[in-house]
Design a protein around this ligand. Sequence first.
Ligand SMILES: O=c1[nH]c(=O)c2[nH]c(=O)[nH]c2[nH]1
Length: 297
Amino acid sequence: MGIKLGANHYGKAETRVVAVRRHPDRHEIKDLNVSVALSGDMDDAHLSGDNSKVLPTDTQKNTVFVFARKYGIGEIEEFAIILAKHFVDSQPSVHHARVAIEEYAWDRIALPSNGIAHSFARSGTAPVRTAVVHYDGTKAHVVSGIKDLIVLNSTDSEFWGFLTDELTTLKETNDRILSTVVTAGWRHADTTADPHRADWGASFREASRYLLAAFADTHSYSLQQTLYAMGTRVLDHRPELCEVQLELPNKHHFVVDLTPFGLDNANEVFIVADRPYGLMHGSVLRDDAPDAGPAWS
Ligand SMILES: O=c1[nH]c(=O)c2[nH]c(=O)[nH]c2[nH]1
């Protein structure tokens, strides 16, 4: 019985880079977490310790900083494509690059006394913008997204009519709190490997806006239904996108029984359960969505 090397990839994970763009009257910052994973002709490295086809992860990290300086950091999709193309197009042993970027938002605080807006406060619950690019020498699969987006509806949520068995204790409800922490990715249909081919910023802002709007104005009969409504809303309005994947934990809010204290509680005071939680995952896609290839991996 033989043993062989299976699928593998390697790279520098979580390079944190902050870039400051200095204008006379204001500075702008980009705060990113960049993870690179390369694969290709790496058998020798694993089987015999021959590193001649291995681009060190240290070099990958340096590339992130050098490219930030040389090209500046614009939209994260653009930066990810530039990096992914570089690794594959410049190294014959590298056949595939996955570049995943998280962008952390900062808010401005009061203008300091020198008149230059260069001070920021990390937004307390700011969601993180994400981009994952896969490039194989021809196509660039781009999945943009958002995570850590905490949302809550204090009404317009019901859950009833569900299956029951001898172990079911959950009561049906016509009015509950619905709260989740959205992790969403949306796949761009176009796979042309041109970093400047799209208005990535507008696409991100609009997709996020439609996700939120659908969460807010869907009268929900389950988090699963809300998930589908959110994905559908984005695809209805953003023709450049062909698939949305969502992961939605159900952040359970339970009405506290206050009768021991002689008080009623008409959906006013809740205990927030930390664990366990329901976890919904779903993909919403067009009938004619092109093959996803490695986009979601
Ligand atoms: O929206 C919900 N979906 C479920 O599948 C479920 N299951 C559960 O216990 N509560 C909920 N809520």
